[in-house]
Design a protein around this ligand. Structure first.
Ligand code: ZN
Length: 307
């Protein structure tokens, strides 16, 4: 059993014609999950995040800017990559709200895993700035929610999106109850995530050169990232699940195959089983080739569904 959090409002964020982070991404993911083999998914309408939840990681000015932007001609430009339409604020509220509700659900049990099929993505959003297609930092809001409401002492955030989650890193740079672990292509947007960026000892970054394929990716996780995650003994595993490190993705130059997402997901399930009573909340981040995105999500969700 696995909770699937989503909301139709997440389809109404339209960041402009030709933008890679289009509503078609989520529509394709939901269609791929609408299959008999996923009958055990418990589909739940995601609530809106509350201001209290958002303000745990974002400044009041940022929250007001996102909620108070009323796009002229249905498009407001926050930066060259990050645009809002009239439905964007509502989409962002449900994306962050999904992650918080999923945390509450897996902490309550008995179901211990959740996947949030939401957009806009979140991991580039900092405390006070939307960037990189991201408005609110969904995973960071969820982690702060788990710290505050469930009084956890050790939360792991695992980020396998091809881009570094600069926003998540910046938000938790001095929060030792959170361990942030990321593999990502370098150099690549947003040009953070060097191996020397270690926060307060709670950040582990594994930059990978362009062209890195399955062996390099798996070796890095097996030898470096997963051992550190196990040593941390997280009570909850949050995942920034981006599928843009796939070799077919148009925005980056890593060379993963769909099977690599199954491989890592299986190990994340093992990690959660070993330390966190099985608790995983995974949130969709990037992935811009529709076929690779859907295949990656299917592989990931299939592993999360394993008993
Ligand atoms: Zn990405």
């Amino acid at each position: 059993m696995l909770y699937l959090y989503t909301h139709p409002a997440c389809l109404n964020h339209v960041p402009g014609p030709g933008h890679p982070e289009s509503p078609r991404r989520l529509a394709a993911v939901l269609e791929a999950l609408d299959h008999d083999r996923f009958a055990a998914l418990d589909r739940i309408q995601a609530p809106r995040a509350t201001r209290e939840q958002l303000l745990r990681v974002h400044t009041p000015e940022h929250v007001e800017r996102i909620l108070g932007t009323h796009p002229v001609d249905d498009l407001a430009v926050l930066d060259e990559d990050t645009l809002m339409s009239s439905g964007s604020a509502e989409a962002a509220l449900h994306a962050a709200g999904a992650a918080c509700a999923a945390v509450d659900a897996v902490m309550r049990g008995p179901v211990t895993r959740a996947f949030c099929a939401v957009r806009p993505p979140g991991h580039h959003a900092t405390a006070d700035r939307a960037m990189g297609f991201c408005l609110f930092n969904n995973v960071a809001v969820a982690a702060a929610h788990a710290l505050a409401m469930h009084r956890l002492k050790r939360i792991a955030i695992v980020d396998f999106d091809v881009h570094h989650g600069n926003g998540t890193q910046a938000i938790f740079a001095t929060e030792s109850r959170v361990l942030y672990v990321s593999s990502h292509q370098a150099p690549l947007y947003p040009h953070t995530g060097g191996a020397d960026e270690t926060g307060c000892g709670n950040m582990l970054n594994a930059p990978l050169p362009a062209g890195t394929a399955s062996a390099g990716f798996r070796g890095t996780w097996h030898d470096v990232l997963l051992p550190r995650l196990h040593a941390f003994r997280p009570q909850l595993v949050l995942v920034s699940a981006g599928f843009d490190a796939h070799r077919d993705d148009p925005l980056a130059d890593l060379a993963l195959k769909t099977d690599d997402y199954a491989w890592l997901s299986e190990r994340l399930v093992d990690l959660a089983r070993a330390h966190a009573h099985g608790r995983i909340v995974s949130c969709l981040e990037g992935g811009y080739d529709p076929g690779a995105l859907c295949a990656g999500v299917v592989a990931h969700v299939t592993e999360l569904l394993q008993d």
